[in-house]
Design a protein around this ligand. Structure first.
Ligand SMILES: C[S@@+](CC[C@H](N)C(=O)[O-])C[C@H]1O[C@@H](n2cnc3c(N)ncnc32)[C@H](O)[C@@H]1O
Length: 489
């Protein structure tokens, strides 16, 4: 296959998009969801993955290193991004991944079949013919048990986002320079949020939006909020486009997003009957309750029989991990043996003395970031049936991760520690580096970045200590690196 469109300079060549991995697109995660919904998806260590609009390969390159027996193909319109990705691929000597500059509308018919097709941050930001082609590619190239991941801006929440976008677009209409556009756009939001004496709901919303925008990369604001194309969809609209291409709804990439957690019991009782009759309509109603702004929808071929999630029955085949730590119990009246575990990402704390949950969570906390098999957990928790139900509940609330195969990551540093080579390479380029759970962490400073590049399995702690401010600091840093999931030994 070769690139069939000549390279034109795009906005993404002018303002480069961050090079990042997205846990929600990890084939392992997609495989688990496929299994839960009764499919027989390819395992991540033997699969074929296509990514459309994947930029510089921040998402595919770590996967290609992690799964050498799988193949990865990424296409993107921006030549600068492709060049940067290809430099990384050459530096890592990867032979199971290809990145090509291409307009997806020219995607070659002979590209073959893929077990996973990913389009993250593309669909809502491209014109209709490109969107149509994205779905057409899924129709033509998805394997019979393949899963497509497509993220897009969603209604109704994006009605509110559109309000900010329109104000920013109006205010920045006279600026050409992207940096100035972003600065002025944010400034405009700030003014609306804080420069008004009224404190009505609209201004509270503006303040909230300002807070969220404050955390975002300028490149993300430029491309996501201020881009020429910006088309949100209701779930049902998106699925009718997908249906026209022989594809159907499988689920969301975050299983927890499919749970009606924000509803009062009374509201849930009203909608529960719809859930069985028409699961898609149920999900659409849930979007109204959640004011959903963004979806990460999984599609499969319409010919795959639809099945409700057989989650509990499936648990025995999986592996589990959770970024949790034991923390002091807050309730002074808690019965003896009660233990609390805090989730390091979503900051949720679970307190339990349940004889099944407690040993399971303790084992997960000890092992993080490594994964634990169901059998290992059953050995400490007893009662496999109850364990399966408990694990499903924790997965439903995003308190634990499920894996289709064990995740190869060390939870402590060996005598000659080694940071994953993809993370080491990235530390020499950027301050955000990928970890083995397919997200990224930010390194604090240049000294830490340099240290990361040196932890390559050839040096002892004594060799590394001078670069870490001494042995004691090195121990602390290595412990943090282990928790962050960047060590392989
Ligand atoms: C918002 S960025 C998302 C990049 C990456 N998927 C992520 O989420 O970090 C959109 C990407 O789509 C690419 N793109 C836009 N239109 C395209 C087209 N017609 N064909 C291929 N790629 C396109 C852009 O060059 C850019 O890299």
């Amino acid at each position: 296959m070769s690139s069939s469109s000549s390279s034109v300079r795009t906005d993404y060549d002018v303002v480069e998009y961050p090079h990042r991995a997205f846990a929600q697109t990890q084939p392992d995660r997609l495989a688990v969801l496929g299994f839960l919904f009764g499919m027989q998806p390819a395992l991540p260590d033997r699969c074929r993955v296509l990514e459309l609009g994947g930029g510089s390969g921040g998402n595919l390159i770590p996967l290609a290193d992690l799964y050498p027996n799988s193949t990865f193909y990424g296409v993107d319109l921006a030549q600068t991004a492709i060049d940067q990705g290809n430099k990384r691929i050459a530096a890592l000597g990867l032979t199971n991944i290809r990145l090509e500059q291409m307009d997806v509308t020219n995607f070659p018919a002979d590209a073959g079949e893929f077990d996973y097709i990913i389009a993250h941050g593309l669909f809502s930001w491209v014109p209709e013919p490109v969107r149509d082609k994205v779905l057409r590619i899924c129709q033509d190239h998805l394997a019979p048990q393949g899963i497509a991941y497509i993220s897009y801006n969603a209604f109704p929440g994006c009605h509110i986002r559109r309000m900010w976008r329109d104000m920013m677009l109006f205010h920045t209409r006279q600026f050409e320079d992207p940096k100035l556009k972003v600065e002025q756009g944010k400034g405009m939001l700030n003014l609306v949020a804080n420069g008004c004496t009224r404190n009505d709901p609209g201004h509270l919303l503006a303040k909230d939006e300002m807070k969220k925008r404050g955390h975002l990369d300028d490149a993300a604001i430029f491309h996501d909020d201020l881009s020429g194309c910006w088309q949100p969809f209701y779930l049902t609209e998106f699925l009718s486009l997908a249906g026209a291409k022989g594809l159907r709804y499988l689920g969301e990439a975050a299983y927890s997003d499919m749970q009606p957690t924000t509803l009062t019991p009374e509201a849930l009782a009203q909608f529960e009957p719809i859930r069985e009759q028409d699961p898609v309509a149920f999900e659409q109603y849930m979007d109204f309750f959640k004011m959903r702004k963004f979806r990460q929808t999984l599609l499969c071929r319409a010919t795959v029989p639809a099945q409700p999630a057989a989650a509990v029955d499936r648990m025995r085949q999986f592996h589990f991990s959770a970024p949790i730590q034991q923390v002091p119990v807050q309730d002074p009246n808690a019965p003896p043996g009660t233990t609390s575990f805090r989730h390091g990402i979503n900051d949720v704390t679970v307190t339990t003395n349940n004889p099944v949950s407690l040993p399971a969570l303790r084992l997960l906390a000890e092992r993080w970031p490594a994964s634990v098999s169901f059998d290992e957990m059953a050995a400490v928790a007893g009662d496999p049936q109850a364990l399966a139900a408990v694990l499903h509940t924790f997965y439903s609330s995003a308190f634990i991760n499920i894996h289709s195969i064990p995740r190869p990551v060390a939870n402590s540093a060996s005598a000659k520690p080694e940071v994953w080579r993809v993370a080491r390479l990235e530390a020499s380029i950027d301050k955000a580096i990928p970890h083995l759970h397919h997200g990224s962490i930010e390194l604090e400073d240049d000294a830490t970045r340099h240290l990361v590049t040196l932890i390559d399995g050839s040096r002892t702690r004594d060799d590394l200590a001078p670069f870490a401010g001494g042995l004691q600091q090195l121990e602390g840093t290595l412990a943090k690196m282990a928790r962050a999931g960047i060590l392989i030994r």
